[in-house]
Design a binder for this molecule. Structure first.
Ligand SMILES: NC(=O)C1=CN([C@@H]2O[C@H](COP(=O)(O)OP(=O)(O)OC[C@H]3O[C@@H](n4cnc5c(N)ncnc54)[C@H](O)[C@@H]3O)[C@@H](O)[C@H]2O)C=CC1
Ligand SMILES: O=C(CO)COP(=O)(O)O
Length: 321
């Protein structure tokens, strides 16, 4: 009988577990926090991340160090990118024969490695894939129609689609696994940009002018990296627009705060992937002229002077117009 484990019982891990439970009898949601494990097993609810949502009783929670991973056919990873390598290292199990799917939209710094590379390095598995798309966890878990790009080699695409299939999930595919990951990494940074700029925006023309500039710049980076063909997939266009324009996004919200001269507390434990990704993307694109990316980089480094950075950005726009 098919068995699937999900590492990370936060917003996304819990949502993907709910989707998987419609197709698979053995779904193990692996967490580090005993209170979360107890809440899922006793109340069938992850009250910390999805209060009020009844989880399928097929979902069992267990400690991340439990042996469930060993006999799982598939392992989904839904932890913040900054924790992934240390989590993989802390697992005692040998995972080289496992099919592993990253749901993570971040990149390692300073190695500049995407998550599938980190996973391959830490497990020796040759079957490491990803999923990405316009997929807010709170909507996925409630069954709102959502498009998902499956980044996997051809022979595994149908298998992965059959795990997540439902009348509310629409899939597209790409064998360009790292490209699918990079779409998710980049859109977070451009969502911060739209947040920062939205703080200053006075009209719809202005807003969509800036959105077009963000779109062009993200596309330019994807083209340069050789991933340009992915822009019309769910992981590209869909997730870019969702995150750049929806206040529910944590990355856009960070930008909105910065645009209004507010800062995220240093003690915050909210997962905001762009905070780490910005440095990596900046390093990967150091030879390119990318004024929007520069604005995000400067603002995150020096949030006190956000107005100066915006003025500088607007100056560049007029020079190059
Ligand atoms: N929330 C969303 O709507 C979506 C999130 N994602 C991606 O999923 C990834 C995870 O994000 P969320 O689930 O939203 O974050 P979250 O903050 O809601 O959950 C993260 C989970 O990872 C666990 N965790 C963190 N460090 C750990 C460690 N060292 N050992 C064990 N567990 C650890 C936390 O306890 C928590 O349960 C991110 O890369 C995000 O970009 C992707 C699509 C949508
Ligand atoms: O990736 C997401 C939706 O597809 C979630 O975006 P945030 O991490 O900005 O909340």
């Amino acid at each position: 009988m098919m068995k699937v484990s999900i590492i990370g019982a936060g917003s996304f891990g819990t949502a993907i577990a709910q989707i998987l439970s419609k197709n698979i009898d053995n779904v193990y949601l692996l967490a580090r926090d005993e209170k979360v494990i107890e809440s899922i097993n006793r109340e069938h609810e992850n009250s910390r991340y999805h209060p009020g949502i009844k989880l399928d009783e097929k979902i069992k929670a267990a400690n991340i160090k439990s042996s469930h991973i060993i006999d799982s056919d598939y392992i989904f990873l839904a932890v913040p990118s900054g924790s992934l390598r240390s989590i993989m290292r802390s697992l005692d199990s040998r995972l080289e024969d496992k099919k592993i799917i990253s749901c993570i939209k971040g990149i390692e710094y300073p190695s500049l490695k995407p998550m599938t590379t980190v996973i391959q390095e830490e497990t020796d598995s040759e079957t490491v894939f990803c999923i990405s798309g316009p997929n807010f966890a709170d909507e996925l878990i409630r069954g709102v129609t959502s498009g998902v790009t499956i980044g996997a080699s051809k022979e595994y695409q149908d298998d992965i689609a059959s795990l997540i299939k439902s009348q509310n999930i629409v899939v597209d595919y790409s064998e360009n696994i790292k490209g699918v990951e990079f779409c998710g990494i980049l859109k977070n940074v451009y969502a911060v940009a739209m947040g920062i700029l939205d703080g200053q925006i006075t009209g719809e023309n202005h807003k969509y002018t800036l959105l077009t500039l963000c779109f062009k710049e993200m596309r330019k980076i994807l083209d340069e990296m050789g991933y340009g063909e992915l822009f019309d997939k769910f992981c590209g266009f869909g997730d870019f627009l969702l995150t750049a324009l929806t206040d529910k996004s944590r990355n856009r919200t960070l930008g909105l705060m910065l645009g209004k001269k507010m800062q995220l507390s240093k003690k915050s434990t909210i997962t905001v992937e762009s905070l780490r990704s910005i440095k990596a993307i900046k390093a990967l694109t150091s030879k390119m002229n990318l004024p929007v990316l520069e604005l995000v980089y400067e603002t995150l480094n020096d949030p006190q002077n956000v107005n100066l950075h915006i003025e500088h950005f607007q100056g560049i726009l007029h020079e190059t117009a």
